[in-house]
Ligand binder design. Structure first.
Ligand SMILES: Cc1cc2nc3c(=O)[nH]c(=O)nc-3n(C[C@H](O)[C@H](O)[C@H](O)COP(=O)(O)OP(=O)(O)OC[C@H]3O[C@@H](n4cnc5c(N)ncnc54)[C@H](O)[C@@H]3O)c2cc1C
Length: 191
């Protein structure tokens, strides 16, 4: 809370022009902490902001007078090189994931700046240096563990809670037409 030594450090965002003052900042170490924080905010009718890598230019990862959920304690990365899957906690930054995937000669569609947060980048689509060839980061999202607004922990994938999974991926067409820049190099731009 304001007055605590860590408060002013924790409320800082990448964009130094944003100067918001949450009423409370919850440092979450795991999904159970996030669920408690969301339920607390709901019970007390507090606005919620989620801080991952803090790179939202417009400062959406903070709020005035509400609850900021700070995910800086959730930085786990697990790479399954055989399955070519990375399991990533929400405060992992792009460069941190690159370091782990490069150990196996793999690469994820992280952004062009190594300090953007993976969760925010993915939920926003995620455009990287290899996107013209491999698509957006969100196209590669296999599943997500998510705390919904009712404070419940849910798993979302093509097989489990498919509507939630589709919503996380932007809620678009079920069978999206791949954009021209992701098709074979022989394909021409329609225009
Ligand atoms: C210098 C700079 C370079 C950039 N380069 C690229 C780039 O190359 N490619 C690209 O695609 N984008 C790029 N971006 C945009 C960036 O990906 C977005 O701003 C992204 O939202 C940042 O995510 P974050 O976790 O760092 O930010 P945050 O500010 O922490 O979060 C951004 C938004 O996502 C929400 N959010 C974050 N984590 C979660 C979560 N776990 N659950 C639910 N909601 C969450 C937050 O509430 C907030 O609304 C860049 C931005 C900056 C400032």
């Amino acid at each position: 809370m304001p007055g605590n030594g860590a408060y002013d450090v924790a409320r800082k965002l990448w964009n130094g022009m944003i100067d918001k003052h949450p009423a409370l900042i919850a440092f979450c170490a795991n999904a159970a902490d996030v669920a408690h924080a969301v339920s607390f905010a709901r019970d007390h009718e507090l606005l919620v902001a989620i801080k991952g890598g803090a790179h939202s230019f417009s400062g959406k990862s903070s709020c005035d007078g509400g609850l900021m959920i700070d995910l800086s304690g959730m930085k786990g990365i697990e790479v399954d090189a055989e399955e070519r899957i990375a399991r990533v906690q929400p405060r992992v930054l792009g460069g941190e994931l690159d370091v782990q995937t490069q150990l196996y000669g793999l690469a994820a569609m992280t952004g062009s700046i190594s300090r953007t947060g993976i969760a925010g980048l993915t939920l926003g689509g995620g455009f990287s240096r290899v996107s013209r060839k491999y698509g957006l980061m969100i196209d590669s999202l296999r599943s997500a563990d998510i705390v919904t607004g009712d404070g419940k922990h849910r798993h979302a994938s093509a097989d489990e809670n498919p509507d939630l999974y589709r919503a996380l991926r932007g809620g678009g067409r079920k069978n999206p037409i791949r954009p021209w820049y992701c098709q074979k190099s022989s394909a021409r731009h329609p225009n």
